[in-house]
Design a binder for this molecule. Structure first.
Ligand SMILES: Cc1cc2nc3c(=O)[nH]c(=O)nc-3n(C[C@H](O)[C@H](O)[C@H](O)COP(=O)(O)O)c2cc1C
Length: 176
């Protein structure tokens, strides 16, 4: 609970680099995420190159509160999903919800953020950007979709937790 409650969206990072061992641990946490029928549709691009981070920033709207974080963080992870696998059987979506890649990537994302936090690292999930343009800059191939960018680095300071809904506001018993 401490790890779950203590994790925050971090948008300011120290210059200190992310050790390779920590990055390995984070990638290992993705590896062990559950997924639809164990399809493991995730692909992770590790961006360390400064010029590449600037290219991503160039095609991201400046209004995004995480705009600066993208270049300041020593590492940016780009999470992509292979399409038409999660939630599919014999090439057909098996539920009315279609492709479950967003769901599986969401779980993998939480593993990343919690693992990073446990290692003293901060993260922020970035979803607001032009996915086609950023995907192109990252060379994401056909059949895959870029979903989120996750800067990773040592936080400069602790930030306050935004307010949460009470349990009673979202929990229903026996019926919605
Ligand atoms: C799917 C998703 C997309 C997000 N996109 C952005 C984003 O584009 N820019 C940003 O600054 N924060 C983004 N966030 C971070 C949220 O604003 C943040 O998690 C939320 O306000 C709760 O704060 P906390 O993470 O510190 O608990 C995103 C979070 C999620 C889960």
């Amino acid at each position: 609970m401490e790890i779950i409650k203590g994790r925050r969206a971090i948008r300011k990072y120290q210059e200190k680099d992310v050790p390779e061992e920590s990055l390995d641990r984070i990638l290992e946490s993705v590896r062990w995420a559950p997924s639809w029928n164990n399809t493991q549709c995730w692909e992770v691009i590790v961006v360390r190159d400064h010029a590449q981070k600037e290219r991503l920033q160039d095609v991201m709207p400046k209004i995004n509160p995480a705009w600066k974080a993208l270049v300041q963080a020593p590492v940016v992870l780009a999470l992509c999903g292979k399409l038409a696998t999660s939630g599919y059987y014999m090439g057909q979506a098996t539920t009315k919800l279609g492709d479950w890649f967003m769901f599986d990537l969401g779980i993998a994302t939480q593993n990343i953020c919690l693992m990073a936090h446990d290692l003293g690292l901060g993260t922020v999930v970035i979803g607001l950007f032009d996915h086609d343009r950023v995907g192109e800059a990252l060379g994401v191939p056909e059949g895959y979709e870029l979903v989120s960018l996750i800067p990773v680095g040592y936080p400069t300071k602790d930030s306050a937790a935004p307010k949460r809904r009470e349990i009673s506001e979202f929990t229903h018993y026996d019926k919605f």
